[in-house]
Design a protein around this ligand. Structure first.
Ligand SMILES: *Cc1c(COP(=O)(O)O)cnc(C)c1O
Length: 364
């Protein structure tokens, strides 16, 4: 018997969204060429900049995060130069694929899944060839690895023409991220991970020098062209019809997040991670990610006892009221993930873990 009126999502995206945030979307629509919309845009812009720790700007895109992968590459990498992707998980590998699909020349520093990239690896890579950009995934959601984005940024800073592109889709608002301090030229994210919004809107903090480079690149496309987005942003607007309902939700959620405190939010995620780790190790599970780089927002559990993840999901839905993750990509089943991100509380995490315990006891 489920304990709630709906199946709560315990997935690494889309995550569970609080009712208050869902309801914020039901405000009456407004036209986007109005001063009311400009007010909403400006209000949200200010809060987004604070949350990314940037003085520059944050674009709002009516898309999922993947669209901004494409935007970053098309606006920031010239056709006759190369881009260096740090790969080692489903998402970092897909981003490299997208660069290839856009005709760019791609090199990769590939690590085994579960391993992190180091500043030394990137330093070595940048000494071998020159690159327009280094693309890193902050928090590799498939493997549960958090890369050392700050230290890698220090290395990238030594190469004046190499920009630093960071996918922080499942890191932003769950674990430390300081865009300006770390020398990041684009930090892109989605709504449905640690931001704890419904899916359908994406955000990118973008540097001035990335816009300058974009001016030198002729075919940037239209929908994810940062220069087009910039022109509108200066008028507190978007080039095409924005996801107004989701912006209402984002504005409301930002108020909650700033009231909690960004750093306090990071600390809550860290505390949940520690609970998840202790629970997993006590029961004979392993932790898939390399020690020292284990994510604060998602724990990828090595399924050493070999529990049936499909049966677990069925049990959790029926008995506790949660939809569960079953692992991602090539490590599905061999791992499953505990996504302690967004508005998940320690109590909710404990409820999930107690549910998994009950499942394991019942299947003995
Ligand atoms: C979920 C995820 C993506 C894809 O984001 P979409 O919003 O689904 O396009 C990209 N990168 C990482 C690290 C993710 O976790």
């Amino acid at each position: 018997m489920s304990r709630t009126d709906h199946t709560r999502l315990f997935l690494p995206g889309p995550v569970e969204v609080r009712r208050e945030i869902l309801e914020a979307q039901t405000q009456w629509m407004i036209g986007h060429r109005t001063s009311e919309f400009a007010d909403l845009f400006a209000r949200l812009q200010d809060k987004l900049k604070r949350s990314f720790f940037t003085e520059s700007r944050v674009y709002i895109s009516g898309s999922s995060g993947s669209g901004l992968w494409e935007g970053a590459i098309r606006c920031g990498v010239r056709d006759d130069r190369k881009v260096l992707h740090l790969t080692g998980g489903a998402f970092s590998e897909r981003w490299a694929q997208i660069s290839r699909a856009n005709g760019k020349q791609v090199d990769c520093i590939q690590v085994d899944w579960g391993k992190a990239h180091s500043a030394e690896m990137v330093a070595e890579g940048l000494d071998k060839a020159s690159y327009d950009a280094v693309c890193a995934v902050h928090n590799e959601t498939s493997t549960g690895v958090t890369n050392p984005i700050g230290p890698i940024g220090e290395v990238v800073k030594r190469h004046a023409d190499t920009f630093y592109f960071v996918d922080t889709v499942s890191g932003y608002l769950g674990t430390e991220l300081r865009v300006d301090e770390w020398g990041i030229d684009i930090a892109l994210t989605s709504s449905q991970k640690a931001f704890a919004l419904p899916p359908g809107v994406a955000f990118a903090a973008v540097s001035d020098r990335l816009l300058e480079r974009a001016q030198t690149i002729p075919h940037r496309g239209y929908y994810f062209d940062f220069l087009t987005l910039e022109k509108s942003l200066l008028k507190n607007n978007t080039p095409s019809t924005p996801p107004i309902a989701l912006m209402y939700a984002a504005d409301r959620q930002m108020d909650s997040i700033l009231a909690e405190g960004i750093e306090a939010r990071w600390a809550r995620h860290r505390a949940m991670r520690d609970v998840a780790h202790r629970w997993a190790l006590d029961r004979g599970f392993g932790l898939y990610a390399q020690e020292g780089y284990r994510s604060d927002t998602v724990t990828t559990v090595e399924n050493k006892p070999g529990i049936d993840v499909n049966a677990l999901d069925r049990f959790m839905r029926a008995e506790v009221g949660f939809a569960m993750d079953k692992g991602y990509g090539k490590i599905k089943g061999a791992t499953f993930r505990l996504p302690h991100m967004g508005d998940v509380t320690i109590d909710m995490l404990r409820e999930v873990l107690a549910g998994i315990d009950a499942f394991m006891a019942s299947s003995k």
